[in-house]
Write a protein that binds this ligand. Structure first.
Ligand code: NAP
Length: 295
């Protein structure tokens, strides 16, 4: 068996086309979805991520604005800017690019974002709402994985899902979202003893550990669906995931590559969440406009 590749670019194109349609409908009612991106400090990788997000927004017709602060800016100044953006009706999504400088209280900064504009889904309210299965803004990376599974019509209900990685931004929300879809979910992390005894049981294996070659073919059940979230830069400059791609693709039924798998979906779901926030705003302004109905 050689696995079918899940093409993240193709899924992203489909989601972006839908977002473009929504954006055009919103423009007809005078609403341009707006995203504010806050970046603090001079992290080179963060600057690249922010540039990619702005480019994706522009492609879909969103208005995005970057608010860049010097690394020495006091946290309360950043929080004050976020509160101003909370009250700005042309801004429907606010994103704080992580990581923040170590001396800054990241929780406080994220908590300043209005829960109605928290398009990354990291505000404690939205984290709690995710546990209840009611969040408005599913976190972008696991949301992207969910869209990839849907795109390939891969059933989740009743499946054994193993998530490797238990971070707040990927592993934990991924597990919650798949539980919500009635999968049986197991979460593994760095202290899991004998990782393979869990991964071998997975019908769907989602790996987000940040460790190249963590998942080897003998750890994967024949026919499993394998989603590789990891992004690792090797000493020779190559970008790889957490899965031994060449080995595992001989056993899996589906596999997502790195690059070109989950990566393009993360930024796309940010655009999606921002457009959805603008749709909700428009609907609240004009509740009788049926094509703007919030979903
Ligand atoms: P993180 O915060 O460092 O979390 C990594 C998780 O993996 C932790 O829960 C850790 O366990 C677990 N882990 C580490 N080594 C392990 C091992 N040997 N066996 C089992 N579990 C192990 O990282 P993250 O932010 O979740 O990101 C994970 C990876 O995904 C990174 O490579 C990152 O670059 C990538 N990523 C990609 C995208 C995308 O768009 N494609 C988006 C976000 C992240 P403990 O909790 O026990 O420490």
């Amino acid at each position: 068996m050689v696995a079918k590749m899940i093409d993240g670019h193709a899924v992203a194109r489909q989601v972006r086309a839908q977002c473009r349609e929504w954006t055009m409908t919103l423009a007809g009612s005078g609403v341009i979805p707006g995203l504010a991106v806050i970046i603090v400090g001079d992290n080179a990788a963060s600057r690249i991520y922010v540039a990619n997000k702005i480019k994706a927004c522009t492609e879909v017709g969103l208005k995005s604005t970057v608010y860049a602060f010097d690394a020495s800016t006091p946290g309360n100044v950043v929080e004050a800017e976020i509160r101003r953006l909370n009250d700005d009706p042309t801004v429907h999504g606010i994103l704080v690019q992580l990581p923040l400088p170590a001396r800054m209280d990241g929780r406080r900064v994220l908590a300043a974002i209005s829960r109605d504009k928290d398009v990354d889904g990291f505000h404690l309210y939205n984290v709690g709402a995710l546990v209840q299965g009611e969040t408005m803004f599913p976190p972008c990376t696991p949301f992207g994985v969910q869209k990839m599974l849907e795109y390939e019509n891969i059933p989740v209900e009743g499946q054994n899902v193993v998530v490797v990685g238990a971070s707040n931004i990927v592993g934990k929300p991924m597990a919650l979202m798949l539980m919500q879809k009635d999968a049986t979910v197991c979460i593994c992390h760095a202290k899991t003893r004998d990782l393979a005894q869990f991964t071998i049981l997975a019908d769907i294996l989602v790996v987000a550990a940040g460790r190249p070659n963590l998942i080897l073919p003998q750890m994967v059940r024949t026919g499993a669906v394998v989603i590789d979230v990891g992004i690792n830069r090797l000493p020779d400059g190559r970008l790889v995931g957490d899965v031994d791609f060449e080995g595992v693709r001989q056993k899996a039924s589906y596999i997502s590559p790195v690059p070109g798998g989950v990566g393009p979906m993360t930024v796309t779901m940010l655009v999606h969440n921002t457009v959805q926030s603008a749709r909700r705003y428009a609907e609240l302004q004009n509740p009788v406009h049926p094509e703007l109905a919030w979903c």
